[in-house]
Write a protein that binds this ligand. Structure first.
Ligand code: UDP
Ligand code: LCN
Length: 808
């Protein structure tokens, strides 16, 4: 496909500019230019011509430059990779000499990339190509990119219209579906007295008549046996009113179906009793684990999600009338057991999740291939060889704990999703994926230079695992739209799996169908018991407040706190994160260091990791610790900064945001990239005006200038200026701080609660379950392909890594 944008420049009077600009790029040192480098080079070019840099609307060339993701310089030509629209890519070669445009195919582009890194060996044969497209060809596909991430609505509409075309078939389908539900061996919904779809329709009408003169709030147990005689078992409702309502929906569905009625009906069917959530890596626990390497938002997310899920499931089962069977939900978070637990509970097999009735952390150890490795915490980058046997062992344990197979398996992150795939395949259960963060777009050129990075990161395993799990999943939940397909100027995390090269290993020609209805945006929430607005004074404990104020601003304790504030009363500029490179707390410290105005107005308070390199075994953390000290010394920030090298218990972290808000402080999240950013929600709901990175999820959570602000963490001066500008506005207008604070709180309550999340998740799981049953969509060929990738590609590499571990 040629590029309309490129063509339009070539055919206009801007072609001279295009040629000159191309020539400059060709003569430059870089052969591979990324978007911000291209924008920078173009701005330089305009300046050299003594012209202002045009906006994308002002000239064809600047529009082309704006939509160009990458340029590869290849001798006498440039390869342009243009993304004119979300989820669309065009690749063309432009001959600089005469501006001829030659469209390129994906395989050609991948070859070129290989050539760039000297990994192109055509004489040795073709490289293995992965292409999943054929498997999506016969499943429904969303047309408009705007609707990506609204998979279930689309699927409902599409499949209903197909199903409803043949009413007989449709009624038979629904009838079959109603027959399959059981709880602990007890038949639900309908029994064998109802013999056919036609009979079902008659009995529904009869039941409605039978209930018509009963009081609406009469309990189900009072008329349970009367309904049973008509063929109806528990599951329709807990009162007369609820049962009637559900039966009426069914009646309507049988007579004149429509997709909304169908969704309402399926969402009421009690079919979820046991859920397994999978998160093998890291420290997974309720205390003393947060802030450790690989253990952050994912743990917070899952624990809060579980609490809220259990509550919602309990309410749903109650409402469905399953109280008579004493039906209770059970949830298990499956993780690895770490024998050397370093003071955490990670070596305990079972741990009850606080605030739940029947939700547990179940820890299954990795098999002991090499005790030096498997006895200890293992970085997520090294975990791959242990996952298959872990899945086998975990299956047995899950069956034992549930006394049954789970009804839904939710994977988390690359490793959890791979295990979810293995388990769901074995148990024949619906698989849901949650990525939290896909590593591929986090590390620049992680695929192109995978061989150089393999020692440290083992991306060949991770990316293969990602491809397998995301294609195998029945549905995928993302926290934001851009997680799937990015923004107009940046590509999405899933989108980055569409095509890429792993030189010498494989070429992904088509790695995922972004327009598939499997994608659904369901953002997380925030724990409202722990994080709430600072002015809810009656819910705050005075003792905690005093203790934590001292900790934040004055306590002298060199073991865990670095820095003494000259003026503790200054406005606090606060941030809290793990000390990962990508979290960029060092960038924030440097921006603070460079800005005298910020230093005059604020103290910088960081809650981050550890203070001593010898206390860490994580290479990124060690490098960041060293860098933070360097910055403090280089900019002489003594007296202006406090660095708390501690892991706060959750309750304390809630109060800390509020204490910062008491002092009209602000929260800054300066990550180079943030997939979602739970701390942003926590800060906003506490009432802190929040400055979030413009790279990633915060772009969707915050509405710039309305309930928070965007910052660009790659431009330190600009970032400091954005903050200073707000502080100046607060000086001029004392209500300014309040306005943003209030708007932030409202934003979270209206859009990011766990209640909204869980209602949606449960309804998705039911609807995908229903469609899997009804449409008999044949996914077996895709699943076989994924298995082949697993056994032929993933497994040998995992075994090779295991052999390396054995040498340690
Ligand atoms: N957190 C914490 N103590 C720390 C560091 C982080 O309690 O020392 C919590 C923080 O409150 C948030 C989570 O860890 O709930 C971090 O989640 P986020 O999504 O911001 O980032 P992630 O670490 O997952 O990349
Ligand atoms: C992982 C991340 O990197 C964060 O951006 C998310 O907020 C967190 O997981 C929870 O999904």
């Amino acid at each position: 496909m040629t590029s309309v944008l490129l063509q339009s420049v070539v055919e206009s009077d801007e072609r001279i500019d295009l040629r000159q600009f191309s020539r400059i790029l060709q003569l430059g040192e870089k052969r591979y230019l990324l978007r911000n480098e291209i924008l920078g080079a173009f701005a330089d070019y305009c300046r050299e011509q003594d012209r202002p840099v045009p906006t994308p609307l002002e000239s064809r060339l600047s529009k082309l430059v704006f939509y160009t993701q990458e340029i590869i310089v290849d001798n006498e030509s440039l390869c342009w990779i243009i993304r004119p629209r979300i989820a669309q890519q065009e690749v063309c070669r432009l001959l600089i000499e005469d501006l001829t445009i030659v469209p390129m195919t994906i395989p050609e582009l991948l070859d070129l990339r290989d050539r760039l890194v000297n990994r192109y060996h055509p004489n040795e044969g073709d490289v293995f190509e992965i292409d999943v497209q054929p498997f999506y060809d016969y499943s429904p596909i969303i047309r408009d990119a705007k609707n990506i991430g609204k998979g279930v609505e689309f699927l409902n509409r599409y499949l209903s219209s197909k199903l409803f075309q043949d009413p007989r078939q449709w009624q038979q389908n629904l009838f079959n579906f109603l027959q399959i539900h059981r709880y602990n061996g007890y038949q639900l919904l309908i029994n064998e007295r109802i013999r056919s779809p036609q009979h079902l329709s008659e009995q529904v009408k009869q039941a409605l008549v039978a209930l018509s003169d009963r009081a609406p709030d009469e309990a189900y147990s009072e008329f349970r046996f009367e309904l049973q005689n008509l063929g109806f078992e528990p599951g329709w409702g807990n009162t007369v009113a609820r049962v009637r309502d559900t039966l009426e929906i069914l009646d309507q569905l049988l007579d004149s179906p429509d997709h909304q009625v169908l969704e309402a009906f399926v969402s009421r069917i009690p079919m979820l009793f046991r859920i397994a959530l999978i998160s093998p890596h890291g420290w997974f626990g309720q205390e003393g684990v947060l802030g450790r390497p690989d253990t952050g938002g994912q743990v917070v997310y899952i624990l809060d999600q579980v609490k809220s899920l259990e509550k919602q499931m309990r309410e749903d089962l109650e409402l469905a009338g399953l109280g008579v069977l004493e039906a209770r939900p059970k949830i298990i978070v499956l993780t690895r057991l770490i024998p050397n637990a370093e003071g955490t509970l990670c070596n305990q097999r079972l741990e009850k999740i606080y605030g739940t009735n029947d939700a547990w952390i179940l820890r299954v150890p990795f098999r002991e291939f090499n005790p030096k490795v498997t006895q200890n915490w293992i970085s997520r980058f090294e975990i791959w060889p242990y996952l298959e046997t872990f899945a086998i062992d975990a299956e047995r344990e899950l069956r034992a704990e549930f006394g049954h197979v789970p009804d839904l398996i939710i994977g988390n992150y690359s490793d959890g999703n791979l295990v979810a795939f293995l388990l769901a395949r074995r148990l024949k259960v619906t698989q849901c994926n949650i990525a939290h963060a896909l590593e591929k777009s986090k590390y620049l050129f992680s695929n192109l230079y995978w061989q150089d990075l393999e020692d440290k990161y083992h991306f060949s395993l991770q990316f293969t695992a990602d491809l397998i799990a995301m294609n195998a999943a029945n549905f995928i939940i993302s926290s934001t739209y851009q997680e799937i397909v990015g923004t107009p100027d940046s590509i999405g995390q899933y989108e980055s799996y569409q095509s890429f090269t792993m030189p010498d290993l494989y070429h992904v020609v088509n790695g995922i169908e972004l327009f598939s209805p499997k994608f659904n945006v369901v953002p997380p929430g925030v724990n409202e018991q722990v994080y709430f607005p600072y002015y809810h004074y009656t819910e705050r404990l005075e003792g905690d407040r005093q203790r934590l104020e001292e900790l934040l601003f004055t306590l002298e304790d060199p073991q865990q706190i670095y820095g003494h504030l000259e003026d503790p009363e200054k406005r606090p500029l606060f941030s809290m994160a793990r000390l990962d490179r990508i979290k960029n707390l060092t960038g924030l410290a440097e921006a603070f260091g460079r800005s005298k105005e910020l230093q005059e107005r604020c103290n910088l308070i960081l809650v981050a990791g550890k203070l001593r390199t010898e206390d860490s075994s994580d290479r990124e953390e060690i490098a960041e610790i060293e860098k933070l000290y360097q910055i403090i010394h280089a900019y002489n920030l003594h007296g202006k900064i406090r660095w708390l090298g501690i892991r706060l218990p959750k309750a304390d972290s809630g109060e800390i945001y509020r204490i910062i808000a008491d002092r009209q402080g602000i929260f800054v999240q300066p990550a180079l990239f943030e997939a979602f950013g739970l701390t942003i929600l926590e800060a906003m709901i506490s009432g802190l005006p929040t400055f979030g990175t413009r790279f990633g999820g915060p772009l969707e959570i915050i509405q710039d200038g309305v309930n928070g602000f965007y910052i660009n963490p790659t431009h330190l001066e600009e970032m400091a200026e954005t903050i200073v500008r707000f502080l100046e506005a607060c000086d001029r207008d004392p209500d300014q701080w309040q306005r943003i604070s209030k708007a932030g709180i409202e934003r979270v309550y209206s859009t990011y609660t766990w209640k909204i999340h869980c209602t949606r998740l449960l309804s998705l799981a039911k609807i995908y379950g229903f469609w899997n049953f009804s449409s008999q969509e044949n996914r077996e060929d895709m699943m076989r392909y994924m298995e082949a990738l697993f056994y032929l590609l993933y497994k040998p590499r995992a075994q090779a890594l295991l052999a390396e571990h054995m040498q340690r």
